[in-house]
Design a protein around this ligand. Structure first.
Ligand SMILES: *Cc1c(COP(=O)(O)O)cnc(C)c1O
Length: 391
């Protein structure tokens, strides 16, 4: 053990210092409940930051996706399309509803849902007479999917879009905030996300009626009566007033957090993009990624092993990870349908083979980042691929 070497984490929580003030308010007013003024304010502040009419704060991003599926009346036996290159939480709520996922491959520019694969899948679904009830589009690592193309296609088939913007709060696409372009958007405030409440999420939409319904379901679906009256199934999904206080302080600094993450990405790119076989995730024109996690591809044909690199980083107490394993390859979804980008190109599988995520915490010090960069340069040097200087 190198006990004097602090571990460099992938994306640890980064507090602003203001969080305790809002927590203190909650204590002072004894609002220690899954409701309260911090929750109401946090909802208003997020809605105003991204530019939507309504928001409901819940205890996870996963819960927000679940509520969106219920609002779109996804029922047992229904079909829901979902990006395949994502974290399992994007698709688990499809199973909660007893529905069947169909996974859609990525395209190489954004690593997100391939419009051409989506269109093929929708054509097939229409021919079979069973259109999906929803399409869940993920904005991976902060990068927004090709939303113009995706929305055009989905509108053509009248299928609503849920944006899984869990990783992309603060990102924009042609001037619009991620999560605000589909019927519903969801954010996550899990500990590793760009801002955090330690655990939490939010559902947003311009359909205020739907948001009210989600708010009702998220607090056990209590009917309006002086006693406990229930006519629909509800959930215990509300966000706590204490955690919403953390979220309010975090949201105050989101612009700084995006700036830091983008700076970190640019540093990595500057020092590492010259390495043979290394390429970085792109950014589409007219979009701004929050660069939640710096992601790059390592081409093993150039003579380096990706897992050796991850181990080499781990030995130096640096946390780096494989990109998400595509959901259509997960044992949980064995047998589910999947549409590749095209017959000969399975983009998500290739990204999984080559992709890694580097430590990208917005609170990362210059020293920590230099350590990561040097360690990677050293790895390529040891493998006789890099002969330049270590910075
Ligand atoms: C984190 C994450 C979620 C889930 O959010 P939780 O708040 O952890 O439930 C969903 N989708 C993606 C893509 C995520 O990265």
């Amino acid at each position: 053990m190198m006990n004097n070497q602090e571990r460099v984490y992938l994306s640890p929580p980064h507090m602003s210092g203001n969080e305790l003030k809002y927590i203190q308010d909650a204590f002072d007013s004894n609002w220690i409940a899954p409701l309260g003024p911090n929750v109401d304010q946090f909802e208003r502040e997020v809605a105003s930051f991204v530019g939507v009419k309504g928001a409901v704060a819940v205890n996870s991003g996963t819960a927000a996706i679940h509520l969106a599926l219920r609002l779109l009346e996804v029922n047992p036996g229904d079909i829901v399309f979902c990006s395949t290159l994502t974290f399992i939480a994007s698709a688990n709520p499809i199973l909660y509803q007893g529905a069947n996922p169909v996974f859609i491959d990525s395209e190489p520019d954004t690593w997100n849902m391939s419009p051409q694969a989506l269109e093929r899948a929708l054509k097939d679904a229409k021919a079979a007479g069973v259109l999906p009830k929803a399409v869940i589009v993920v904005h991976l690592y902060g990068q927004i999917a090709k939303m113009d193309e995706i929305l055009d296609i989905c509108n053509k088939f009248s299928v609503p879009v849920i944006e899984d913007a869990a990783e992309s709060l603060g990102s924009t696409y042609k001037g619009k905030a991620s999560g605000t372009m589909g019927a519903f958007g969801i954010y996550s405030f899990n500990g590793n996300k760009i801002i955090t409440t330690s655990g939490g999420g939010m559902l947003v939409s311009n359909d205020q009626h739907a948001i009210e319904k989600a708010r009702f379901w998220s607090a056990q679906a209590k009917d309006n009566a002086s006693h406990y009256e229930h006519s629909e199934v509800g959930f215990n999904y509300r966000m706590s007033n204490i955690l919403a206080g953390i979220g309010r302080a975090q949201l105050e600094v989101i612009d700084d957090r995006v700036r830091s993450k983008r700076f970190i990405f640019n540093q990595y790119k500057f020092y590492l993009s010259g390495l043979p076989g290394v390429t970085f995730m792109q950014e589409l024109e007219n979009t701004c990624s929050n660069r939640w996690l710096t992601s790059l591809l390592v081409d093993e044909d150039q003579g380096v092993s990706k897992s050796d690199l991850l181990n080499f980083l781990n030995e130096a107490n640096i946390e780096a990870r494989h990109v998400w394993k595509p959901l259509h390859l997960q044992p949980l979804f064995k047998g589910a349908s999947y549409y590749p980008h095209n017959e000969n190109k399975h983009v998500a599988e290739e990204l999984f083979q080559k992709g890694i995520c580097l430590p990208s915490g917005s609170g990362m010090t210059k020293g920590q980042q230099i350590k990561v960069i040097n360690r990677i340069l050293a790895f390529f040097t040891i493998n006789d691929i890099y002969t330049g200087e270590i910075i």
